[in-house]
Design a protein around this ligand. Structure first.
Ligand SMILES: [Zn+2]
Length: 152
């Protein structure tokens, strides 16, 4: 399941802080000269780093189907950064790297992981992983071995 238009709009507006840029990205589904110029205007060097890191398969969407008495499905998102795969809560604009750089939270300044993630989200280039499991232990073991396999 991909996120609907309204959800994408909320996420991108929150991360980029610019609703018209968010709308433009979602409508055109591409990163063109206008987008590049705006990102550099808004984020400076951070914008350049973000542009370098999107479209490379670093933005990931995990679909977890937990089989049991009732079937439940959970989605979560991550971004593979230089030093680790960080969990991302797109609706609240939180990235796991904030635990290392907590000033980003108080400054409400998005890290490049979040900006690259929002670009991947806009152009539909999140990489999907799906797990069907019947207990959480299996999930954790699977995630652990898969993360070892895809280390850069
Ligand atoms: Zn981050």
């Amino acid at each position: 399941m991909s996120l609907d238009h309204t959800s994408k709009q909320r996420i991108l507006t929150q991360i980029l802080g610019d609703k018209s840029l968010a709308d433009y990205l979602i409508r055109n589904k591409c990163v063109d000269d206008y987008v590049i110029t705006r990102l550099v205007e808004i984020f400076g060097v951070q914008g350049i780093v973000s542009l370098r890191n999107f479209g490379k398969g670093y933005s990931r969407r995990y679909k977890i189907i937990l089989e049991g008495e009732s079937l439940s499905t959970v989605y979560f998102y991550t971004f593979q950064g230089k030093h680790g795969e960080y969990i991302i809560f797109p609706f609240s604009g939180y990235c796991g790297c904030f635990s290392k750089f907590p000033l980003n939270i108080t400054r409400r300044y998005p890290c490049y992981h979040l900006i690259s993630f929002s670009l991947d989200l806009a152009v539909d280039s999140l990489v999907d992983y799906s797990y069907e499991i019947d207990n959480l232990e299996t999930l954790i073991i699977n995630l652990f071995y898969d993360s070892l396999a895809k280390e850069k």
